[in-house]
Ligand binder design. Structure first.
Ligand code: GLU
Length: 446
């Protein structure tokens, strides 16, 4: 690590003690952009780096609700409005037991650069709650969402902050949140993205993160004159992102052989395609957060309890679950088994040591802020359609998504090419940073 990075990180650590995920995300970006800062005195003089690591606003609130037994429950809600230099705050809501301020600050920070890469005018934000949907009834989920929105509504707006889904927040939760916002404000506006098709949602939004991450991988493959045809692909997770990726990988001729949950992973040698992909939606809506029922339904597949899919031989690995789900040992196992490409669909899915291992082995690694930007990109397209009061067809949205993912890949190549290798991490961080930093310079000290 360079001395400048070290010195800067000391100050960030002192200001944000114990926020390990946030510090991890900041360090990765700072390592990539320090050479750019060293060359650009304007950024230094305007203290862009010091300002960009500080969220513009953090809102933390009580979320009380009554469960089916009549007991009062209390959760903690958050919205981190990180950076609005290039557009209204934009980013998802995560409902998961692990949610805390460090995780939401890391996600909001990442989102700022990710949204910048999409080429669309969106700032960065993230929010959520430490709510565990595991075993909750539909009514409990509705009451929780209503209580959450009863506070959040006063902080958001179509030109201020536009939340969406993330882990634990899908179409059902967005519906309950939207309904409550509309009731409180008496206003039908595009306040959330990932809405239902009948009430302002965009076609392809549910598939967008998975499709986008697959298009990103396709662009990486193209630089080596390669395609998905016949490739063995390992995915983790079994939610919305995994589902979209499985659909697109299969369509492009790849064979998806794994999915996973907190309980372990499933290996399906025959390939996870067709009705097996549809079944993922059923698994997710059961609220049980386990993947093992897959092998009861499709007995040819094998379930490996408490293990991760990265021990399976593959050509392309696509982590789709949660931060730090792929560590150095997993990376080494993948490399030993001949992996050629990693497309990170989860946010910060790989640890810094894992990324280092991929870089040392000259394996192409597409980082989350580039590879998983398809989701928020189609959210941006949903905002445009809402503003126009118009709907584009699936083909139109998909075409735009493809173009955006190619643009993101091009930016990674432009800023990340190092001899005959492309360091997509540096490329994404530098390209994402420059647009936000230049906009901050233009707008003065605010
Ligand atoms: N949660 C998604 C992400 O991590 C989507 C955010 C959005 O659509 O606003 O990018």
């Amino acid at each position: 690590m360079s001395k400048n990075v070290d010195v800067f990180m000391e100050t960030v650590r002192a200001k944000n003690p114990g926020q390990k995920e946030f510090l991890q995300a900041v360090e990765e970006v700072v390592e990539s952009i320090m050479p750019i800062l060293d060359k650009n005195p304007n950024y230094k003089q305007a203290k862009i780096l010091e300002r960009i690591v500080e969220p513009e606003r953090v809102i933390m609130f009580r979320v009380p609700w009554v469960d089916d037994e009549g007991e009062i429950q209390v959760n903690r809600g958050f919205r981190v409005e990180f950076n609005s230099a290039i557009g209204p705050y934009k980013g998802g809501l995560r409902f998961h037991a692990s949610v805390n301020l460090s995780i939401l600050k890391f996600l909001g920070f990442e989102q700022t650069f990710k949204n910048s890469l999409t080429t669309l005018p969106m700032g960065g934000g993230k929010g959520g709650a430490d709510f565990d949907a595991h075993g909750k009834s539909d009514n409990e989920i509705m009451r929780f969402c209503q209580s959450f929105m009863a506070e959040l509504y006063r902080h958001i707006g179509p030109n201020t902050d536009v939340p969406a889904g993330d882990i634990g927040v899908g179409g059902r939760e967005i519906g309950y949140l939207f309904g409550m916002y509309k009731k409180l404000k008496n206003e039908f506006t595009g306040i959330l993205t990932g809405k239902g098709r009948n009430w302002g949602g965009s076609l392809i939004r549910p598939e967008a993160t998975g499709f986008g991450g697959t298009y990103f991988a396709q662009n990486m493959l193209k630089t080596k004159n390669d395609t998905f045809e016949g490739k063995i692909v390992t995915l983790s997770g079994f939610g919305n992102v995994t589902w979209g990726a499985a659909l697109k990988v299969t369509e492009l001729g790849g064979k998806v052989v794994t999915i996973s949950g907190p309980d372990g992973y499933v290996y399906d040698e025959d390939g996870i395609s067709g009705e097996k992909i549809d079944y993922l939606l059923e698994l997710r809506s059961s609220n049980n957060d386990i993947v093992s029922p897959y092998v009861e339904k499709f007995p040819n597949a094998k379930f490996y309890p408490n293990k991760k899919p990265w021990e399976v031989k593959c050509d392309i690995a696509m982590p789709c679950a949660i931060q730090n789900e792929l560590n150095e040992d997993d990376a080494k196992a993948l490399i030993a088994n001949g992996v050629q490409y990693i497309s990170e669909l989860s946010n910060m899915g790989c640890t810094p040591e894992a990324i280092k291992a991929f870089h040392s082995a000259k394996i192409f690694f597409g980082p989350g802020k580039a590879a998983n930007a398809g989701g928020v990109a189609v959210s941006g397209l949903e905002m445009s359609q809402n503003s126009m009061r118009f709907n584009w067809s699936s083909e139109e949205v998909d075409e735009k998504l493809k173009t955006i993912m190619k643009d993101i890949h091009d930016q990674c190549v432009k800023y990340g090419t190092e001899g005959d290798y492309i360091n997509h991490v540096n490329g994404a961080n530098i390209a994402g940073f420059i647009k936000v930093a230049d906009s901050m310079l233009d707008q003065g000290v605010v």
